[in-house]
Design a protein around this ligand. Sequence first.
Ligand SMILES: Cc1ncc(COP(=O)(O)O)c(C=O)c1O
Length: 433
Amino acid sequence: MYVYDTMPMLISLSLPALPICPESPSMSQDSSSHPDSASHPGQSHVSRMGFPRDSVTQPSSPPVYLTAAFDVPGIDVLYGMSAGTHHGHIYTRDSNPNHTALADSIAALEGAEAGAVFASGMGALGSILLTLLSQGDHLIVANALYGRSLQLVERLRLQLGLTVTVADVSNPATFGAAVTSRTRLALVETVSNPLLEVADIQALATSLGSIPLVVDATFSTPELIRPLSLGASIVFHSASKYLNGHGDLMLGVAAGSANMMKRLTETASLFGQNANPFESWLCQRGLRTLPLRMKQTCDSTRKIADFLASHPAVRRVHYPLLTSHRSFQLASRLYPHGTGGIVSFELNGGGEASVNQFIQHSTSIPFSPTLADARTTISWPAGTSHKFMSAERRAEMGITTELIRLSVGLEPHELLIAELTQVFDRISPKKQM
Ligand SMILES: Cc1ncc(COP(=O)(O)O)c(C=O)c1O
């Protein structure tokens, strides 16, 4: 039980009467003549102040452990921690109470044995790939994935001499058919970025047999689907998105077996992919409102998708609960309450110039290359999340130049529809007729 009392202590230390400066001659004298006295720099030095005091009360909000390391009372304790007979933390790159709290929360939400936290969603994926893959191995990736995930796979393919099969996520049998003796994992997204292709996790896991299915559930969150219960081996998220939900941090999380999470955490620690304690704390706070936020954004997104689908300035809408979407049947079965807060749409021609016009006239809905903020934002996949691939590859994936990705926030949907209407009116008044 701790209370933090930093400020008053620092203030009293700043009084001129107290010898706090180690360079002060009077202080040096003091320290040599009275090594254990209260005036000894070892007792009163500012570097030792501000630590918790015992208290009969507990903080109502979990403390943030902004510390690089933890004081260990003895070598026997150090050994005990390695042997698992003592529990605690030693160094924040390896573990920290805020990591553990968040990892445990994710494990509970995903119905997993254990969780793990990372510096970012890419940190989570990087740690998973570096843990499971060795030189010459084979992996299978879905044809619809976040651009940077594909870029990371490509980087590792070149560096580790991997072979990679790109399989059609809408046809789970293609995953099983691609398995070889060197296949170590398959990677899919629950609902893909940015075209919202829905993965049938259960069918994919069945098709893959014993090959670990790694699922990026960033777009759906455990509020909408729990991939481990459908046969996935590892689920991970960019917690920079919905799990935190406020657009103010970078974080990744994963959940799965205790053994796998331990291995992932060891990799993350070695490669410096550890999360920051304060951001872990912030995400923990964000999780408290996840159910409310997901419900609100799912409800609004359905209405906005309908609005976009009926607008003449829009050529095509990508939202799985519209009958026109290729995942409609599957999404209706797996996501009866909504697929999250993303809807992508293509403007009626005009290329990059019309996207730029849209962005410039969208004064209340900012162009911000992220998603799942509490406020509504737009992004342009061809120039952000998928800019690292060739135009031909983007075209193959269906990511056109005129594609805009809308991340629906927590504003009332009526307001958002009015604002979008205004932007369309400004960019193409003639197309409204
Ligand atoms: C689906 C998906 N997975 C992973 C990531 C990477 O997460 P982060 O930006 O936290 O590294 C993103 C980022 O946008 C994403 O959209």
